[in-house]
Write a protein that binds this ligand. Sequence first.
Ligand code: ADP
Ligand code: MG
Length: 582
Amino acid sequence: MSRVRLLPDTLASQVAAGEVIERPASVVKELVENSIDAAAHSIEVMIRRGGTSLICVTDDGIGMDRDDALLCLERHATSKIRTAADLTTVGTLGFRGEALPSIASVSRFRLTTREKDAMAGTEVLVSGGKVETVRDGGEAPGTQIEVRSLFYNLPARRKFLRSENTETRQIEHQLSLQAIGHPGIAFSLVRDGRLVFQLPASRALRDRIRDLMGNDLLARLLEVKPVQGKVQVSGFIGQAGVSRASRAQQFVFVNGRAVESPVIGSALHEGYRTALMKGQFPVTFLFLALDPAEVDVNVHPAKREVRFRDPAGVREAVIAAVRQTLESDRDSWQEQFRAPAVNLSSPVEPVTRSLVPNDEIQAHLPVDASTPAVTGRPPEVEKIDPPETPHRFRILGILNKLYVLMENADGLVLVDQHAAHERILFEELQRRMEEKGVPSQRLLLPQVVELAPRDAEWMERNLGTLQKMGLGVEEFGRYTFKLESLPPFLSGADPSRLLYDVIDNLKSASQSASPMRLGEEMIAKTVCRHAVKANDQLRAPEVEKLIRDLLECELPYCCPHGRPTMIQISLGELEKKFGRKV
Ligand code: ADP
Ligand code: MG
């Protein structure tokens, strides 16, 4: 008895819809993509009850004639590709011809559309995949699609929907993605009768980001520096230390298509290494452009993922772009410290330091309210030799034995002395390691350490790396190693403890990392212990040197664990806080 049979069309569409249309946000994505492909200048989205009761997308694009308006509801009906070869050069967001029939099969669906010069438009009503009415309609040129009662005929799917708020957030995110990807198109979103955003068509991505995310975020973004190569990278990324606990603000586009790409995600992490706190994600508005033949866009039913022909090349390009951009930020920061000292309060000498007993810097701030220390007279200052670097700042004091308070042309700067020193030590060691390996100091008494077999095996494989890092270790018998020398910065450490630490730290570092990267991770962990701490009282020249060394670092704004080293509070911000400026 034969058991195999063809599914009726409607059922087949519902099955396909399971993949393409997971939730209301997928409907929004597909409809908005269609509007973009139809060369719309303006797209309006209206939703009710998280999109479950209504999603309506209206565009002013090219519209459809009556034949197309009916045909587009058939499965695998598309105007975007014709041959298999077209798949390798897809320039539109859609190409699968699945979205409209899928959506129409799981909702009460209404399509009205009109071509620009047509006398009349067309209105099509579909319910659960069955065309019910076709008539003249569609007032303005363009297309409007209304999707009501999503999944009304698939109760199981409906049960999987999350709360209205969650679904709404997803829709907002989806629409934000499209809006960031297409700044030249005006977008608006109306939720339950209330306007959520209205974005005018803007000429530049920068304007779109400002309109959507606000000035504060924009101020903390850096424009990506172009890198030569097959993969062009552009857009904006967060400064070192700017991050989120999720990928919610990680916008990535490949040839104009918003994608989720593990390759790019991990490249971003690598590019941001030592510039992000653990568990945090960078904030990016990243655009990759490459030959369409190098990207397979047809790997995911919702076209969310892509496959690269040369993932390693893409990875390298992203890492290089991020690295260069973060490092270029230093130059602009240094500008702040080079700017003519016009704003520096009197005395206007570029570099001065407080003259306080014992040469120790103390905060000139009241410690608590009961002991007001404000004397009405500024602390006396003494000129010191012009600095060898051109940075201009004035150290005001140390707060709570930790934060260096200083002034530059832009206003007040707070520096965490511990984080700053970590960054300085880290980069110094990294540089030395890359150039010639870390110098090492012989121990008075070599230490012999016996390791567990697995650790011993790891040790053997990595002896070369350890030596470059200044750890003089050699084999000394079965599972036994002799430690003869250490880098000077570790000289106080207990040698055998240290070996165990190194093994544990390096083993947990990522597998794919190069040996030098392993070294970096270890350095990042060790410098923490060796950097000056909170409560370490530094002398004035030491603080001065600390700040100068910090400003010379490649990524001065965060410690190797991604915490900020300095915070700038501009005069403008102070004026706002004091109500001098509205
Ligand atoms: P795809 O986008 O993969 O081609 P869809 O099912 O999303 O498949 O759409 C089918 C076809 O309907 C499209 O190829 C396009 O020609 C037409 N279409 C859909 N939406 C619009 C729209 N908003 N404006 C003009 N044409 C549209
Ligand atoms: Mg489509």
